[in-house]
Write a protein that binds this ligand. Sequence first.
Ligand SMILES: Nc1ncnc2c1ncn2[C@@H]1O[C@H](COP(=O)(O)OP(=O)(O)OP(=O)(O)O)[C@@H](O)[C@H]1O
Ligand SMILES: [Mg+2]
Length: 252
Amino acid sequence: MSRIIAFSNCKGGSGKTTTAVNVSAALAHRGRMVLLIDTDPQGHASLSLGISRKNIKGDLFAFLVDNANSLDVIQDTYISRLKIIPSSKRLVDFERNYSRVREARVFLARRLAEVEEHFDYIIFDTPPNLSLLSFSALIAAREVFIPVQAHFLGMKGVFDMMRLLYRIRNLYNKDLELKGIILTFYNDKMRLSKAVVAEIKKTLGDNVFLHPVRNNISLAEAPMFGRSIFQYNGKCQGAVDYLKIANQIEKM
Ligand SMILES: Nc1ncnc2c1ncn2[C@@H]1O[C@H](COP(=O)(O)OP(=O)(O)OP(=O)(O)O)[C@@H](O)[C@H]1O
Ligand SMILES: [Mg+2]
């Protein structure tokens, strides 16, 4: 059975896309077959792998709405074992036209069942809101990791996410498991709120925090070149951190 993972946080700019792209790349480099699904209309995960609107054959909208053949929407990336279903602006229409159609929330989960067997990992990058597309990813996923900016307000947001996951579990996806929290933009010298850390651990267990991702400018630069951190600057801290995180995820 493949592992279906969402990197999710309603809060914007928490490192979801950077984490989804670089963990996917690390797993593919380790020999796993990975499908990254860009569920964010912003399309940042697609762009981060050098896939722009001009060079896509199909997109997530076609997969969800037009019932397009998976062979037409799953696209190669420059990394051989990493495939992607790209986002496009049309996902805004999906949000607009289907948000009142209850059944639309399970379109993604249903279609994934057809392609799942070909991949070891299916990974979702999700938008920064409680949209239909975020819901769709969390309904289709089996595991969630929450990337969180390592500061007081960012970490407080974890509790909002826990409430959301509780709701998704009750209504749609009882198997959905919160597997871990990834602190991003981390700096060794920063003082984390001990109270918030303790509260999170009390609810989710002592081992809930994965290796943190340090603040590293190469991580912000790599998307400009459409490359993962491993190809852009394989020796930087960002590469070291994401490799460790991918290893931890593999062992879970
Ligand atoms: N550890 C880091 N160090 C430095 N810059 C980073 C780091 N992680 C991410 N960035 C940069 O910070 C910005 C926000 O990160 P990212 O796009 O991954 O967040 P996001 O949660 O996907 O945002 P959104 O909510 O808009 O989808 C991006 O420009 C990214 O390149
Ligand atoms: Mg993003």
